[in-house]
Design a binder for this molecule. Structure first.
Ligand SMILES: Cc1cc2nc3c(=O)[nH]c(=O)nc-3n(C[C@H](O)[C@H](O)[C@H](O)COP(=O)(O)O)c2cc1C
Length: 338
């Protein structure tokens, strides 16, 4: 019997597959199915900062005044009905999910500023969340805003949430920070117990006939795993913070690669939307088969084995390899053309 257990955010998990934040976990029935299929934890869908702001009485009153100054907020914030759950229903659902499931339930708070909404982390903790995942998606369009300011804002947010709760906090990060190792170290100092690599952005597409800019959501493909593996492998072993990989995890091979890079857990969303919740069980069976064949007795034996810290040749992780990859490709093409 291979030991698939892992530790993430101080939680003892029976295996490495966690369901990442997705509307699939919006019913208790689905959460049960995820647990039965072998998920070791479930991250609920997000409660959004904007939604909480809208729900706050003060903002509500300001909005109903219909003044000029709030015209912008009215246009920018989606309607109440666009959100999946209200704050109250989110807490109620979290409580129910927690009481019926034998695996940890992580709540997800989605926001970018350290405003008063951070106090909701406390409500989430009281409703029974085993941990909180902070999705810190922020999009900068202001040329006057520096990357240092954005990082400071993020650190203040994480600090505020970590101070408010006792449950562990993980931070779901954007892939586009200039110095991820530095930021990860600062997040650890701010109290985060884990980082999730990475948030996936949903850029709008253009309709060139109607000249409209339209929101799009495509499910991921396994190729999206590569930047996550790369960064997990670079960060592993340097910090006292757990790494979760979210993005492009579809198969047993993807999970194994994630663990070899240094992740404590790998998360799945798109694969479950495409193949169904029971896909988790098939991936675990494939993993067990592979691990037996290669005579592993536990997952922990392989954690970080392909990380930058443990591979004998670190050049594939460095700039030299980037140049080598590009030049060898054009060489091969030239040879094929002749
Ligand atoms: C339909 C859908 C809804 C999602 N909603 C959320 C959300 O509310 N909060 C969040 O942090 N991530 C959300 N995500 C992102 C996923 O949690 C995950 O990070 C991303 O899809 C990459 O993983 P994947 O390649 O396994 O899909 C959503 C993804 C999908 C497909």
């Amino acid at each position: 019997m291979i030991d698939l257990s892992t530790q993430y955010l101080g939680l003892n998990l029976k295996g490495p597959i966690v369901v990442s934040s997705t509307p699939l976990s919006e019913t208790v029935e689905n959460i049960r199915r995820m647990e039965e299929a072998g998920a070791s934890a479930v991250v609920l869908t997000s409660l959004f900062e904007e939604q909480l702001a809208l729900e706050s009485k003060a903002l509500d009153e300001d909005l109903s005044r219909g003044t000029e100054s709030f015209a912008e907020s009215l246009g920018y914030l989606p309607d109440f009905n666009d959100y999946r759950m209200t704050h109250e229903s989110y807490l109620g659902f979290l409580h129910r999910a927690r009481s019926v499931s034998g695996i940890p339930i992580l709540a997800s708070l989605n926001g970018a500023t350290s405003g008063g909404w951070v106090r909701y982390a406390k409500d989430i903790e009281e409703a029974g969340a085993d941990a909180i995942e902070l999705n810190t998606y922020a999009l900068t369009t202001d040329p006057a805003q520096t990357s240092a300011e954005i990082e400071l804002q993020l650190l203040e947010l994480v600090d505020g949430v970590c101070r408010a709760v006792r449950v562990p906090v993980a931070v779901k990060l954007s892939p586009s920070f200039t110095s991820l190792p530095h930021l990860a170290a600062r997040l650890e100092e701010a109290g985060a117990r884990g980082i999730v690599l990475f948030n996936r952005f949903y850029q709008p597409d253009f309709d060139i006939e109607t000249l409209e800019v339209r929101p799009t959501l495509h499910f991921s493909t396994p190729s999206e795993l590569l930047p996550r593996l790369h960064w997990a492998a670079i960060l592993f072993g340097h910090l006292n913070i757990d790494i979760a990989i979210s993005g492009g995890v579809h198969s047993a091979e993807d999970v194994l690669k994630g663990i070899m890079a240094g992740a404590s857990v790998t998360m799945m969303a798109s694969a479950l939307h495409i193949h169904g919740i029971e896909h988790i069980g098939r991936v675990l069976a494939d993993m067990n088969y592979w691990l037996e064949k290669h005579e592993y007795t536990s997952l922990s034996e392989m954690r970080g084995s392909l990380s930058r810290r443990f591979v004998p040749d670190t050049s594939p992780y460095d700039r030299g390899n980037y140049i080598k990859t590009l030049s060898s490709y054009s060489l091969r093409q030239t040879v094929a053309a002749f």
